[in-house]
Design a protein around this ligand. Structure first.
Ligand code: CA
Ligand code: ZN
Length: 300
């Protein structure tokens, strides 16, 4: 199994990036990552404003998957996700939902101890190691690793964790996959602008689905499936995610659009991933029992 170390870093997803590694479908690789600040914040007394803000959201890669072509879907299974022993959080003026109440940039070191994130002496949080930035090269212009989109990127979705499978639309030869920005835990919304940011190591297996045509990343886990849609506003993201999911499921059934919409309304969920990145991200979630009823099968 090949390992890609964290010196192989991109700051934007782009078709022009040189591959750091080439793999065949079916191969498993391990990627090592810095945290989203390139590990620049190591102690509580450090001035956050003084770090190099050009080194934000590094993603390890890109990995060229042989045979991947525009129109395919790249299947990425997260086999294992390991995180470092110290996390960091930040917030500040004009950042996140509460930025208007902040007077200066602040950071907080959050040690990871005994399977918990130690927020303070008496507040210990359960871990949910997850990946903030994960995706493929986009169509057209490069997209900064800080911005999410149809190619994935900074989706900050807490379901992107060990055991999950993601399908990305492929826009360029080889797909050019990369990942970074791991969180020890994060709440839906990511309201301060950061999760508990940690370095780490992820092991993923790649496959190609030549007949799965997606416009947005699709997440599959034990619970069900979710389309991950990023847009300028929550209104727009909710509308697109709902409509895309309905259009994705309709060909599998003999339901009318109105019946399918009622089914979605009765049993499926609009959920918010994050509201703090340059585009917001929502997911439209369909539970496994609905997929079973509709006889929709996706491996994951
Ligand atoms: Ca992020
Ligand atoms: Zn992050």
């Amino acid at each position: 199994m090949q390992t890609l170390n964290r010196q192989k870093t991109i700051y934007a997803f782009s078709a022009a990036n040189e591959p750091a590694l080439r793999v065949s479908p079916g191969e498993t690789v391990t990627l090592e990552t810095y945290d989203c600040f390139t590990d620049q914040i190591q102690s509580a007394d450090q001035e956050v404003a003084q770090i190099d803000w050009n080194q934000i959201n590094p993603a390890t890669g890109p990995v060229f998957i042989e045979g991947a072509k525009p129109g395919h879907a790249l299947k990425v299974t997260i086999d294992k996700l390991e995180i470092g022993s110290q996390g960091v959080m930040v917030t500040g003026p004009d950042l996140g939902v509460m930025g208007h109440r902040m007077e200066k940039m602040e950071s907080k070191i959050v040690p990871i101890q005994d399977g918990k994130a130690v927020f303070s002496e008496n507040i210990r949080l359960p871990l949910n190691p997850m990946i903030g930035v994960i995706g493929v090269a986009p169509e057209g212009e490069p997209v900064s690793c800080g911005t999410p989109g149809a190619h994935g990127g900074n989706m900050d979705t807490k379901e992107i964790n060990e055991g999950a499978t993601l399908y990305f639309p492929v826009f360029t030869e080889g797909a050019l996959f990369a990942a970074g920005d791991f969180h020890a835990a994060m709440g839906d919304g990511e309201v301060s602008v950061s999760g508990i940011e940690v370095p780490g190591r992820v092991t993923v297996t790649f496959d190609l689905e030549e007949n799965l045509h997606l416009n947005y990343p699709l997440l599959v886990n034990d619970g069900g499936i979710a389309l991950l849609v990023s847009a300028m506003t929550l209104d727009e993201a909710v509308k697109t995610a709902t409509e895309e999911m309905i259009d994705f499921l309709l060909p599998h059934t003999d339901l009318s659009v109105s019946e399918m919409t009622m089914l979605m309304s009765a049993a499926c969920h609009v959920q918010i991933s994050q509201v703090v990145d340059p585009l917001v991200t929502v997911r439209f979630f369909v539970p496994r029992h609905i997929l079973d009823s509709l006889d929709v099968r996706l491996s994951g």
